[in-house]
Design a protein around this ligand. Structure first.
Ligand code: DGY
Length: 325
């Protein structure tokens, strides 16, 4: 057992599921943010000089100013797979290691992608609103018709773990799989998923009846779905985003949903969470969820365990299992 004196000090910026909070607190000197609301930039900056390890989430902006504000933190162990909210270059310059939690939220996020996709093509949000507001007048042959998935093309933008897990599920609905990414996946993966590779982004957009986004956030993918990309999508297509909000230009999306170029959209992520782009709020044909991709008991506990495994490895000077910088 290590003595209390050598226990690393860890700041966890949000509350975790109880089981993993306890697991972490058993071994380290941990401060959990009891308020469970985002810490401001000043508090995060101060933490850089007070703790050995920072365990942030997607709701924290760990920018270069925060990173340079103190020299005690030596590990940023992110609770989440995406790390576009962390200034990796600044961390690297200061010799701070950064880790994430890949793999353990793949299934939960792919499940939610399918839920949003189904809600969008079958008008689930609209239907629920109609019923709850007492407007439903009963079954009729032309009531709230949606689009069947069988035989339709799902165009996956980004074909990593979550994109592939989504493809697996979509195939069970009879969808054909197409994807765009920097490189084609291995022959075996492509065969297993019967997935067709497009090296041309706009060609993929033209081919797909539903486009689902699975790329990381950051400068490279910002507004990848802009007005021109939306124009390349088939008339009547759908867009699903469980990746990062800023990948989509929401003004262009709202316009396409309004003028009927797109039939619908399902969104789980937004550029300035928790704010929702105003233009979307009044539209019936968009399903809006509050960043629930990984929100299952199973995934959120497993994410905590991944953070703990990275911290353990770091304290022992071992190879970090999920180092991204
Ligand atoms: C992630 O892990 O990056 C998600 O967006 C939050 O679970």
């Amino acid at each position: 057992m290590e003595s209390d004196l050598v226990k690393p000090r860890i700041l966890v910026t949000r509350r975790w599921p109880e089981a993993v909070e306890q697991e972490l607190a058993k071994v380290y000197d941990v401060t959990f943010n009891a308020s469970d609301t985002p810490l401001d930039q000043q508090t995060l900056a101060a933490a850089m000089g007070e703790y050995d390890v920072l365990a942030p989430t997607v709701s924290d902006r760990i920018d270069a100013d925060v990173i340079k504000a103190g020299d005690r933190v030596k590990l940023i162990a992110n609770y989440g797979v995406g790390f576009d909210h962390i200034a990796l270059d600044a961390a690297h310059e200061r010799g701070i290691a950064v880790t994430n939690t890949p793999g353990v939220l793949t299934d939960s996020t792919a499940d939610l992608t399918m839920a949003l996709l189904l809600m969008a093509v079958r008008r689930g949000g609209e239907g629920e609103r109609e019923l709850r507001s007492g407007q439903w007048t009963g079954w009729r042959p032309t009531h709230m018709l949606g689009t069947s998935l069988h035989g339709k093309v799902l165009g996956l933008v980004g074909f990593g773990r979550i994109g592939q897990a989504t493809a697996c599920r979509a195939r069970a609905f009879g969808m054909k799989i197409a994807y765009y990414g920097r490189h084609p996946v291995s022959h075996k993966t492509a065969c297993d998923l019967d997935a067709h590779y497009y090296s041309d982004f706009h060609k993929l957009l033209r081919a797909a009846h539903v486009v689902s986004l699975h790329v990381p956030g950051g400068a490279e993918t910002r507004h990848m779905i802009d007005a021109a990309a939306i124009q390349s999508m088939r008339k009547g297509a759908y867009l699903v985003n469980t990746a990062r909000g800023e990948v989509v230009d929401h003004d262009a999306l709202a316009e396409a949903l309004r003028n009927g170029h797109l039939s619908g959209a399902g969104l789980d992520v937004y550029p300035e969470e928790p704010q929702i782009p105003e233009a979307l709020l009044g539209l019936e044909n968009v399903v809006l969820l509050p960043h629930l991709g990984s929100a299952t008991h199973e995934a959120r506990e497993a994410m905590g365990r991944k953070v703990i495994a990275n911290i353990h490895a770091w304290t022992k000077g071992q190879h970090l299992p999920d180092q991204v910088a």
